[in-house]
Design a protein around this ligand. Structure first.
Ligand code: FAD
Length: 289
């Protein structure tokens, strides 16, 4: 395994060995190797690249390194910055997974149950992709960089090209309540049956919400978001009648879990109820925090 100490070196290693695969915490990748689903010709380990293990501030945004572990994101200083992402990180698997698993791995795997994903979708996060390029272009020597919305990668509209890596994730700092909730259908840690990331954006008088695990990528119920945002008294107490909260939950659930014909199968009804409860609770918590 090659162990570069900078993004430039990692990109160079991947470019020199087109069959090599990047590995961060290995929690997803090694599970696939152990299950016989993957036989990488070579590995490029990202664990020694310090520049992607922390974060920095940039123009009202946080630039998060792709190598941030779930355990690091769950700590109080990070939670003060991006509370919903910290809550998602705390909910991601057992401690040994949170200690090794990374933000970049969660995004690149793009599993429907990825806990960070609905939060990043609600935050409308951007990915900074680094890859091989001409010296002097956007990146440093020998690398270039481009930015894409996280939703484009998750929807498969923008794929990572050979030699490319997720370097950073750019997230707006909204300084307003935000919530992540997850239903696992069992007690204790587990993969999400449904999850919700919800953020308030007072500057734009917006509510942004994404539902995870019910579809291949997080779903944004845009009409429900706009409808409920128009009911909120943004200059006053930001309160909402209980009936409006209930209606928001139902609106989100109907948008994200379609009927699939009559009679609606019990599993679909149950999932829809779960999503309605998660969305209603998330908005209620955000408005009262
Ligand atoms: C027992 C168990 C429980 C789990 N529970 C949860 C859970 O509750 N919630 C949840 O969200 N996840 C869960 N996971 C999944 C996993 O832990 C996360 O998805 C984790 O964030 C993956 O990160 P990683 O660093 O380990 O990725 P790796 O396994 O190292 O890599 C995963 C994929 O991403 C690619 N990759 C990694 N980093 C980059 C990068 N910077 N740029 C481009 N590609 C990259 C790799 O090539 C590989 O294809 C669980 C996994 C296990 C084994």
């Amino acid at each position: 395994m090659t162990l570069p100490v900078s993004l430039d070196e990692a990109v160079a290693a991947l470019t020199a060995m087109p069959a090599a695969v990047p590995v961060a915490g290995g929690t997803d990748l090694m599970a696939a190797v152990n299950a016989g689903l993957l036989r990488p010709a070579a590995l490029v380990g990202l664990g020694r690249i310090n520049e992607i293990r922390g974060w920095q501030y940039q123009d009202g945004h946080a630039l998060l390194g792709a190598g941030l572990t779930h355990a690091r994101m769950g700590r109080p200083d990070f939670a003060a910055l991006i509370p919903a992402l910290a809550a998602a990180a705390r909910a991601a698997g057992p401690p040994q997974i949170r200690n090794a698993g990374t933000l970049g791995g969660n995004i690149a795997t793009a599993a429907p149950t990825g806990d960070a994903l609905p939060v990043l979708a609600a935050l409308e996060a951007m990915l900074v992709i680094v890859g091989p390029g001409e010296p002097g272009t956007a990146g440093s020597a020998g690398t270039s960089s481009r930015e894409i919305p996280v939703s484009h990668l998750l929807a498969g509209r923008d794929m990572l090209r050979p030699g490319e890596l997720i370097g950073f994730v750019r997230v707006p700092l909204l300084h307003a309540p935000q919530v992540f909730l997850k239903a696992t259908g069992r007690t204790g840690p587990g993969r999400a049956v449904a999850s919700v990331g919800l953020v308030l954006d007072p500057a734009r008088r917006g509510v942004r919400c994404a539902i995870g695990a019910v579809a291949p990528m997080p779903l944004r119920p845009l009409e429900a978001e706009q409808w409920v945002a128009s009911l909120i008294d943004w200059d006053g107490g930001r309160s909402l009648a209980p009936e409006a909260l209930d209606a928001f939950g139902e609106y989100v659930a109907a948008a994200c879990v379609p009927d699939q014909g009559e009679p609606v199968p019990p599993g679909v009804l149950h999932l829809r109820r779960t999503v309605a409860v998660l969305a209603r609770r998330a908005l209620g918590r955000a408005l009262t925090s």
